[in-house]
Design a protein around this ligand. Structure first.
Ligand code: GLN
Length: 436
């Protein structure tokens, strides 16, 4: 389709169902120049929405917070620069949990996002708007950020694909961080191909982000058509026991059986004995790094003083992070968390000696109704299965796996660091089965 016509269709759909109609509330700001743009490259013809914590020149990087409500980016993040160089068109900025702190999309200063795949329920978070925008047909693909699950979790609830790349594969230059030692930017898409394509464009070494590794980036979007001859799928009782909804386990088991039957792949039980500590390990690290990252929002240079205007979840993290950082707590929480992080990492390294990929549910329970009261612990437990990949720096994705009571369920595929090709090939092989 001609690109101008396509952009117009997306803009019409946004006009119809973002604020009005189904009121998905996925898009916070539209790029007024989108219709005038066109470009050549790998992404020509692709229309992209961007999470509001990634700098896009001239657009608002509000982090869905009152703190940065009117903050306009003065430069492009590296991922955006790369997208533009390959001819991608940015259609707008998406809604999210405030400062990427949340799992439900409900903590945005601009109101919650709805789930286009299950309208009364949360879309997941924190990249709620990026997932919902793809699911609602507001764009082709989108970018999110994932610190503990914020790409995979909403992908799972919204019935689309979401990829968290290995730590160090994608530059975070121009990302307003939640937790620098864990964050990665990654793609959302309706097909494995589109996710792979966007990933190959944004990946790669960047001198502006010293954590990026200098590895050769394969053409994932072409590689995915090869179906690996033999794959050992790691499955772990440790995930199974933690899963709060046994129906989810069953769906995943059936999917694994299908993969083994169709492709002659094998299953292998692996032990991941520390994954039950993942949530407890993640939060002290996240709180402390977030506290430190937010010190620049003191009202002098950017917007308003964060503590004075932020929502309760962001405040909880700032106060918690400040407490943990205080000298007397040294060694008690933060360092202990770093030690367990290392144990989880080693656990995965050991497991990946015995298998090629590990499969488990993306989220251990179904999403709740928007607005229902749940405790912080319940909210945090949404990420029990996604956090381990961030703690160990490996790559992981979520792919639609079926529905329970009409609610989408995602399957998580994890692979060793920088084994994106294998992970995406397995995802594509699974997608082929569901196309039948
Ligand atoms: N839900 C997790 C949190 O609240 C993860 C957030 C994220 O990945 N950005 O911190």
């Amino acid at each position: 389709m001609e690109i101008k016509k396509k952009i117009k269709q997306f803009l019409d759909e946004i006009e119809k169902n973002n604020k009005k109609g189904k009121a998905i509330n996925a898009i916070l700001e539209i790029n007024k120049n989108a219709e005038k743009e066109s470009g050549k490259g790998k992404l020509s013809g692709k229309v992209i929405a961007v999470k509001s914590n990634i700098n896009v020149r001239g657009m608002k990087t509000s982090c869905a917070s009152r703190t940065l409500e009117n903050y306009k980016a003065g430069y492009d993040a590296t991922v955006i620069k790369k997208i533009k160089e390959e001819g991608g068109i940015i259609i707008g900025m998406t809604n999210m949990d405030e400062f990427a702190s949340g799992s439900s999309g409900e903590t945005s200063y601009f109101g919650p996002t709805k789930n286009p795949a299950a309208i009364a329920l949360i879309p997941g978070g924190s990249s709620s708007g990026s997932a919902a925008a793809v699911a609602a047909g507001f764009c082709d693909v989108s970018l999110g950020s994932d610190t503990g699950g914020s790409i995979r979790n909403p992908a799972s609830h919204c019935d689309i694909i979401g990829v968290k790349p290995s730590y160090g594969l994608v530059s975070r230059y121009g990302l307003i961080d939640l937790s620098m030692s864990l964050d990665q930017i990654g793609p959302f898409a309706k097909t494995v191909h589109d996710a792979a394509l966007l990933l190959e464009v944004i990946a790669g070494h960047d001198e502006k982000d010293s954590t990026t590794f200098n590895v050769k980036i394969p053409e994932y979007s072409k590689q995915i058509e090869k179906i690996p001859k033999s794959i050992k799928i790691g499955i772990s009782k440790d995930f199974e026991e933690l899963c709060q909804d046994k129906r989810i386990n069953k769906l995943i088991e059936e999917a694994i059986e299908r993969l083994c039957k169709e492709y002659g792949w094998q299953k292998k039980s692996v032990s991941l004995k520390y994954v039950d500590l993942a949530v407890q390990t993640y939060y002290p690290l996240c709180y402390v790094e977030f506290f430190s990252a937010t010190r620049k929002f003191d009202g002098r240079r950017f917007g308003k003083k964060i503590e004075e205007v932020c929502g309760p979840e962001v405040l909880r993290r700032i106060l918690g992070g400040s407490e943990i950082s205080r000298a007397e707590f040294h060694g008690l929480y933060y360092r202990r968390a770093l030690k367990v992080k290392e144990l989880i990492k080693r656990d995965f390294e050991k497991a990946f000696k015995e298998c090629d990929i590990i499969i488990c549910p993306t989220v251990p329970k179904l999403p709740h109704k928007i607005g229902s009261k749940i405790s912080a612990e319940e909210m945090y437990s949404y990420d029990a299965f996604t956090i381990p990949a961030n703690l160990s720096g490996i790559c992981a994705l979520s792919i639609p796996c079926g529905k329970i009571d009409d609610v989408p369920v995602g399957m998580q595929i994890m692979a060793s660091a920088f084994q994106e090709t294998k992970m995406l090939q397995v995802a594509r092989a699974f997608e082929k089965l569901t196309e039948k």
